[in-house]
Design a protein around this ligand. Structure first.
Ligand SMILES: Nc1nc2c(ncn2[C@@H]2O[C@@H]3COP(=O)(O)O[C@H]4[C@@H](O)[C@H](n5cnc6c(=O)[nH]c(N)nc65)O[C@@H]4COP(=O)(O)O[C@H]3[C@H]2O)c(=O)[nH]1
Length: 745
């Protein structure tokens, strides 16, 4: 609407000027007046253009109609009045100023005022001087022109007023939007930032963001030249390539090494500001302090890669480090070693003193290992009581031997756990890269194999990996793997070896001895597999199975009409520490219906001497059930008579190592005599194991030994064979009060 009014105004004005020129011959000085007005207009336009009063508002609706109107009018005038060419030139400049330069409202207003004043000046002064003897028609035309000029001023004012109100509204919108933005940035803990086209930070502000990063630290700087580290893959080069291509970027992670030695991480995202002509004006975006998140990530990472109890690297991290060591050794040459450590007797301490004590031991031993080794050596805990040490840069085997010895020595020093002094030992297996293995997995496995060899060699020592160690360990592993399935595959059989009463020659009892027949490995001796079963804990279910089988067999013989015999069953250390032992024995007796007095449990001296106080309680409980107790392999342990009298033992089994040369060797003879005498003193039945000859048997009989067991009378045989034996060698009846054998309190 306003543009239309302006257009009509212009049409009338130009028509009047045309009339002026037609009705009067303009004198030459008239042109000078116009030249003056033109210079005034051009200079004011130039000043406005230079000062650029307001950049915010440029309105094409203001300028374009004027450009069209002014140009159309002036070309029309030029066509009608060629002598006014200079005036037209000025008007074209005016139109161009409106149209091409997209003036601001204020600029437009000044320009408009200049032209209007110029025109009024021309009409009032110029025309009155130019036409002193003017006709009535000229005078009328002048007055109309003056009125219209005033009208144009009024219309222009209305138009400008409308524009101004629009500008005010727009400014209000802008202010509101600005206020909203401010409120958001004030509330936000993020920063808002801007960069100029040269990528220098021009703005960096936030209401609540960390005060660690004051804007002064960044204003005027280019991020990639300020010594800041970028943590995003590709680094600054990738970022620079992005911004050079005017691309947006997200989550660029910057790291600031702050003066007080703490790490500040910020994540920056931004987008390019491009003007209508496609020219880059700069970048703007947000930034967020992610230091806390980074710290949390680091904590999670630490938890994922470190053992929670000891703080040592865990298996995950060990594998990563081993991988790096292998890669670097492959690339740069050199050799390094892996030492696999397993604590001997740790399980026993854990079982007897509890997990807390076990944990404390693990923590203390970790600290010892760490203190013993160099900072460059990596100590990791793989789990349980397994540790591993990675020694980078090995030149000679003996260097590793020194380290292994240090580890063994560090482990054996006593610990004070719950007021008790405890000891563990360490078995260490060593594998060297690249001699023993060329990849991570095989290397660790080789060290593990060598560790097994160290255990087999008596524990508390170290062993280097070798082909021999390997074949031995593989054999052992095959045994272990097969043993795990032996029970469910029914590969076990119980054989029975008779015990003979030396006075009467009758069968006085029988011992159940386990046999393992594996389709791949053949017949495996208990001496080979029982220790593995003990170590792995498999002895608990296996031992239970033997006990049940032996009791069932004994009952089967009874049902066949054979005389009752006392069934001896071996009890291992691990079974003895099993919490369910008593319940299991009671349940099996109940289930098979066997008289408890027909059962004798054979335990070793070592077993009771580990924890005599506990052993006394447990043995008393077993005894209370009516079950007999025997000490197996007697003489090989360190039990003294004083200790032995505290245990509710019925039978002493003299170890076969003394019997082997009892007839010829004076000291074996003396020991055997002493054991027999001691057993008698304590009202125990004494039985000699491993009797293979008549001389041995004669000696034992002459020395009042009660019973014998050995190949001389019978090997361990299958149940049917034992039944035959029993038929021909009647068992001696059990003493009535056998279950209440006297023993000192
Ligand atoms: N040279 C010689 N040896 C004789 C003679 N008489 C018997 N033996 C052997 O001596 C071992 C006696 O068993 P042990 O001392 O309890 O020693 C047993 C026992 O400690 C363990 N064992 C066997 N069966 C079981 C079981 O069911 N449970 C547990 N925990 N251990 C068992 O394995 C060990 C070895 O058992 P075996 O190989 O059956 O060997 C048996 C038996 O066959 C002889 O005159 N000469």
């Amino acid at each position: 609407m306003a543009a239309k009014i302006g257009a009509i105004n212009w049409v009338i004005e130009i028509s009047l000027l045309g009339g002026l020129v037609i009705f009067a011959k303009l004198p030459s000085w008239f042109w000078f007046l116009y030249t003056g007005i033109g210079i005034l207009c051009a200079s004011s336009f130039y000043i406005l253009h230079k000062t650029g009063i307001s950049e915010r508002f440029k309105d094409p609706t203001l300028a374009l109609p004027h450009l069209l109107i002014v140009c159309a009018n002036q070309f029309l005038g030029l066509f009608l009045l060629p002598q006014l060419n200079f005036l037209f030139l000025i008007r074209i400049i005016e139109g161009a100023a409106y149209g091409l330069f997209l003036l601001t409202v204020r600029q437009y207003f000044i320009l408009f005022l200049t032209f209007a004043i110029g025109l009024a000046a021309f009409i009032i002064f110029g025309a009155s001087i130019a036409f002193p003897t003017s006709t009535l028609a000229v005078k009328i035309l002048l007055y109309i022109s003056l009125i219209l000029t005033i009208g144009r001023l009024i219309f222009g004012s209305i138009y400008l007023d409308f524009l101004r109100s629009r500008l005010v509204a727009t400014n209000k919108d802008i202010k509101e939007s600005e206020a909203r933005f401010r409120a958001l940035t004030d509330l936000s803990s993020d920063w808002y930032w801007e960069q100029d086209a040269d990528f220098r930070i021009t703005r960096f502000e936030s209401g609540r963001a960390s005060k660690d990063l004051p804007p002064e630290m960044l204003i005027g700087k280019r991020l990639f030249e300020s010594g800041i580290t970028v943590k995003t893959p590709g680094g600054w080069e990738a970022h620079k390539a992005q911004i050079m291509a005017h691309q947006s970027f997200r989550d660029l992670v910057l790291h600031f090494d702050m003066p007080d030695n703490h790490d500040l991480y910020i994540s920056v995202s931004g987008e390019a500001m491009i003007d209508n002509d496609g020219v880059l004006k700069g970048y703007r975006g947000v930034a967020r302090d992610i230091s806390e998140q980074k710290r949390a990530d680091a904590r999670i990472q630490h938890l994922a890669t470190h053992d929670g109890l000891t703080g040592l690297p865990n298996r995950v991290m060990y594998n990563q480090m081993l991988s790096v060591a292998v890669q670097s050794a492959l690339r740069y040459g050199g050799s390094f070693a892996v030492l696999f450590i397993d604590l001997d007797r740790f399980k026993f301490i854990n079982d007897t003193l509890g997990h807390e004590a076990g944990d404390q031991l693990l923590k203390e031993i970790s600290t010892r290992f760490r203190q013993t080794l160099r900072a460059s050596d990596i100590v990791a805990r793989l789990g349980g009581d397994e540790f591993v040490v990675l020694v980078p840069q090995v030149h000679e085997k003996k260097e590793i031997a020194v380290i292994a010895r240090k580890i063994v020595d560090a482990a054996i020093a006593p610990f004070l756990l719950q007021g008790q002094e405890c000891r563990v030992t360490a078995s260490v297996g060593i594998a060297i890269f690249p001699d023993d293995a060329q990849d991570e997995l095989t290397l660790t496995k080789s060290a593990d194999i060598a560790m097994y060899a160290a255990k087999e060699a008596g524990k508390n020592n170290y062993q280097f990996f070798s082909a021999q160690v390997r074949s031995y360990a593989l054999e052992r592993m095959a045994l272990e793997t097969n043993l795990r399935q032996a029970l469910e595959r029914n590969e076990f059989t119980v054989y029975y070896q008779a015990k003979r009463d030396l006075a009467s020659g009758a069968i006085s009892g029988v011992e159940a001895l386990l046999r393992w027949q594996n389709p791949e490995l053949g017949t495996i001796s208990p001496a080979q597999f029982i220790p593995i079963a003990e170590e792995t804990g498999m002895i608990v279910p296996i031992g239970k199975w033997v006990l049940r089988t032996a009791c069932r067999q004994n009952m089967a013989w009874l049902r066949e009409g054979l005389p009752p015999v006392c069934m001896a069953v071996n009890l291992s250390v691990r079974q003895f520490t099993d919490d369910h032992l008593l319940l299991d024995i009671a349940a099996i007796l109940e289930e098979t219906g066997m008289d408890p007095r027909l059962l004798e449990l054979e335990i070793t001296e070592g077993l009771v001497m580990r924890d005599p106080a506990k052993a006394v309680t447990l043995l008393a409980a077993i005894k209370k059930m009516g079950v007999r107790l025997a000490i197996d392999d007697f003489g090989t342990g360190y039990s003294s008579l004083a200790q032995l009298k505290n245990f509710p033992i019925d039978t002493l089994k003299v170890d076969r190592s003394f019997i082997r040369e009892v007839a010829t060797n004076a000291s074996d003879k003396a020991i055997t005599e002493a054991i027999i005498a001691m057993g008698k003193t304590l009202c125990m039945t004494v039985i000699a194991e491993g009797v293979e000859t008549e001389e041995q048997e004669d000696f034992l009989r002459q020395n009042s030994c009660d019973q014998m067991q050995g190949y001389y009378f019978s090997k361990a045989v299958l149940p049917e064979e034992f039944a035959t034996l029993l038929r021909t060698h009647h068992a001696i009846p059990l003493p009535e009060d056998s279950s209440s054998t006297q023993f000192p309190a």
